[in-house]
Structures are given as C-alpha cells and as structure tokens.
Design a protein around this ligand. Structure first.
Ligand code: ITT
Length: 195
C-alpha cells in the first residue's frame, strides 16, 4: 500500500484526487495546515508540480503528490495555460477567470474553440527521487457557463463525446471517470506498478 500526502491547497482538487486515488488503493494524507504554499515560479506544469511536491516532502518527510493543471485554448495560442489560476490577476476567483476567458473568445466561432485540460502529477520521495506523469482531456469552450458541479473552468468546458454537456453539468463520479486529473492518476498508478 502506498501513502502520499497531498500538496494541493485547493479543496476541490483535493476531493477529486482523494476519490480517484483511494479508489485505486492509495492512502491519502491531507496537506498539513502549517506548511506554507510555494510560489509557482516555473513556466511549465511539470516544473510547478515538482516545486509543490518537493517543498512538501521536505516539510513532512512523507512522499508528496502535487498536481498542476492548466487549460490550453487553441484560439488563444495556448493561454491561459500554466497561468490558469492567475489568469485574471493574482487572487482572481474562478468566476473572474471564466469571465476573462469568455471575453477573449467573444467573436470566435464554436468550430475554433478547441481546448484541452492538462494535469501533470509529480510525486516526490524522501530520497530525492520523483515520478512525473500527465493526463489530458480534449474539448471546446462554450459561449456561456452551464452547470453547478465542479469548479474552475468546468462550467465552460465541453469535453469531446459528452453530448454537449459541460464538465459542470456532470456529477462528480462522471467527471472523475473521464477527467484529465483522473487520467493522470491512472498513469501514475501504472508508472508506480512498473517501478
Ligand atoms: P494548488 O496549486 O494549491 O494545487 P490551484 O488552484 O492553484 O491549487 P492549479 O494551479 O492546478 O491549482 O489550477 C490552475 C487553474 O485551473 C485554477 O484556476 C483551477 O481552478 C483550474 N482548474 C484546475 N483543475 C480544474 C478542473 O478539473 N476543472 C476546471 N478547472 C480546473
């Protein structure tokens, strides 16, 4: 049995990661409240996931799992990408970020609104080694937010093959079967069982 401490300070991400990891037999510890957040100074998802995981393994001595996620929109040359959390500025809310994204795409036809969520998961171990995996979900950005589940950009992201529903119109179990984050977790489990 593996035990990982979660680096995320985002409660929505923690709930999703816990559901998928525990379903795969991994024991999950919550991030201790007294550990400071790290600045995400890298310009790649991989770099930021490793920064977060390494800071936490140093603070706790327990193998630490961090994910970094970005939404990459074709018509915006990949923005918001690695800056997805701070797209509308430091401390921006999910609603602020979604509003800015929709305003940037206001004249873009649905055929040209392709996008993908990318999650990179890094696990850092006390011996200094690490494992890094990724998971992706293809879709399009809708013109208006729809649905009340999920978080972040879920209300405007329509996954390919979802029958036109946004991620926020899916219940958590359905999102967890297809999401970028759950795909990355499955890739992690595969990588760990090969190691
Ligand atoms: P931690 O760094 O503490 O883990 P964070 O909220 O900064 O939390 P990310 O940098 O990974 O997390 O997230 C980047 C942005 O993408 C942020 O605005 C999230 O709301 C959004 N996001 C992440 N996962 C998402 C998902 O599954 N669905 C919709 N939006 C998501």
């Amino acid at each position: 049995m593996r035990t990982f401490v979660l680096a995320t300070a985002n409660p929505h991400k923690a709930v999703e990661l816990r559901a998928v990891l525990e379903g795969l037999g991994v024991t999950v510890l919550a991030r201790p409240r007294d550990v400071a957040e790290v600045d995400e100074t890298s310009d790649t998802l991989e770099g930021n996931a490793l920064l977060k995981a390494r800071a936490l393994v140093e603070a706790t001595g327990v193998a630490a799992l961090a994910d970094d996620t970005g939404l990459f929109v074709d018509a915006l040359e990949g923005r918001p990408g690695v800056r997805s959390a701070r797209y509308a500025g430091e401390g921006a809310s999910d609603a602020d970020n979604v509003e800015l994204l929709l305003s940037e795409l206001v004249n873009v036809h649905l055929d040209e609104r392709g996008a993908r969520f990318v999650t990179v998961i890094a696990v850092a171990y006390p011996d200094g080694s690490s494992t890094v995996v990724r998971g992706e979900l293809e879709g399009v950005i809708d013109h208006h937010p729809r649905g009340s589940h999920g978080f972040g950009y879920d209300p405007v992201f329509v996954p390919r093959g979802s029958g036109g529903r946004t991620l926020a119109q899916m219940d958590p179990e359905e999102k967890n079967t297809i999401s970028h984050r759950s795909r990355a977790v499955r890739n992690l489990v595969a990588a760990l069982s090969n190691s």
